[in-house]
Design a protein around this ligand. Structure first.
Ligand SMILES: C[S@@+](CC[C@H](N)C(=O)[O-])C[C@H]1O[C@@H](n2cnc3c(N)ncnc32)[C@H](O)[C@@H]1O
Length: 204
């Protein structure tokens, strides 16, 4: 199967990602806190990229008992993530190459996070469904991503277009789709709709 446009995009961007994205990707610590992780918990980050969220997630996990799984379909991003994991000496982090829309890991997680990845996945409803299936009853799903820039006036269309050129689609009905699965869902929009966090708990 040939690479998707997003995989091709990250073939180059993987190498500049860490020193460019800090300017635009915010809210990592807040999203990690919303996952309500326990020391022995198992957490999955979908679209983990180079692993910039790992240190925030690992703060909540016991190194011997807690486990973090990072899934991404870009081999180039995963290569950077693997370097970060090895360099940091994290022994409880596992990296998996796979497509969020079709993943079948054969186990469930206490918490699942999408960090600036859902808006890049063309088959995003399928990715949400797979995430829901991989969540234990009572587990928490957190989505951190770009919003619609609702309060940005004339700058809003420019921001959305710029993001679309970078494979990020902000105008899909993410909140509605999440509400179909999570009747307990809290959504907060930040900075006039620059980004949002959605926190859902799977019914028991
Ligand atoms: C903007 S990066 C975010 C990376 C990381 N979560 C962060 O916060 O820095 C989006 C990531 O989603 C991954 N991605 C996009 N579509 C995907 C899919 N269908 N399955 C798995 N990963 C995907 C990309 O390869 C990329 O690494």
């Amino acid at each position: 199967m040939s690479d998707t446009a997003v995989q091709q995009f990250y073939r180059f961007h993987a190498y500049v990602y860490d020193w460019t994205r800090w300017t635009i990707l915010h809210g990592r610590r807040r999203a990690a806190a919303a996952l309500a992780l326990r020391p022995h918990g198992r957490v999955l980050e979908i679209g983990c990229g180079t692993g910039l969220n790992f240190r925030y997630l690992l703060e909540y996990l016991d190194p011997a008992e807690g486990r973090l799984t990072g899934l991404d379909f870009s081999p180039d991003m995963l290569k950077q993530a693997a370097k970060r994991v090895a360099g940091s000496g994290w022994n409880n982090v596992e990296l998996v190459q796979g497509d969020a829309a079709t993943m079948a890991l054969g186990r469930q997680f206490d918490a699942i996070s999408f960090g600036y990845s859902l808006t890049m996945i063309p088959a995003w409803p399928a990715a949400l469904e797979r995430a829901y299936e991989h969540l234990v009853p009572g587990g928490t799903l957190v989505v951190l991503d770009f919003g619609r820039f609702d309060k940005w006036g004339p700058l809003a269309p420019a921001m959305r277009t710029w993001l679309r050129l970078n494979h990020v689609e902000t105008l899909r009905p993410y909140e509605d789709e999440l509400r179909k699965r999570f009747n307990r869902l809290e959504v907060h929009y930040w900075l006039g709709g620059y980004n949002f966090t959605a926190v859902g708990r799977k019914g028991t």
